[in-house]
Design a protein around this ligand. Structure first.
Ligand code: ADP
Length: 164
């Protein structure tokens, strides 16, 4: 089975991510959307477990599965028998770091290749960080987030604001 892994922070999942997941699901037999826990930048808005739940709430496609990984992606791919990583490319600014990561992952696991999906025009400007920034100003997020998680994001932001 041709399995691809789509790794990311997904803090939270946006419509830009959903667009890539659907396109990857059409291209591969199985897609594992994996919340990567990055030791260096661990203080997200949502915990990795919450991010996973938000992903599960947002998209229901038969050949898409969800997981969390705290280790090295190249090793995780081996365990999952996956030979492809999926990445979304928004702008030229994504390109440099993504190609660097692709080369490193290929070095660590020579069976692993990276496939890039260009962002849909509609979502080129969209990132989880932009969404979080807008949420802090109570902006309307319906064009950026899956509707299933709108309330979760609003209430999490409100909760964080209260603690400040
Ligand atoms: P971010 O916090 O920047 O949104 P993530 O780590 O959650 O990033 O993103 C995971 C993957 O999804 C990366 O390959 C990233 O380039 C891609 N991605 C994120 N947002 C979009 C978007 N709007 N369109 C296409 N790809 C995207």
């Amino acid at each position: 089975m041709k399995t691809a892994i789509y790794p990311g922070s997904f803090d939270p999942v946006t419509l830009g991510h959903i667009n890539i997941i659907k396109r990857a699901a059409a291209a591969f037999e199985k897609v594992i959307v994996c919340v990567m826990v990055n030791a260096a930048k661990d203080s997200g808005l949502f915990t990795p477990e919450e991010r996973l739940e938000l992903l599960k709430k947002s998209i229901h496609v038969d050949n898409v599965e969800f997981d969390i990984n705290r280790g090295l992606l190249a090793e995780y791919a081996k365990q999952q028998n996956a030979r492809v990583l999926v990445k979304g490319l928004r702008a030229v600014s994504d390109y440099e770091s993504e190609v660097q990561m692709a080369l490193i992952n290929g070095k660590l696991n020579p069976d692993l290749d990276t496939v890039f999906f260009p962002s849909s025009e509609k979502y080129t400007y969209l990132s989880s960080s932009v969404v979080k920034e807008l949420a802090r100003y109570h902006a309307d997020l319906t064009e950026f987030l899956p509707r299933e998680i709108l309330e979760d994001v609003k209430s999490k932001i409100a909760e964080k604001e209260k603690c400040r």
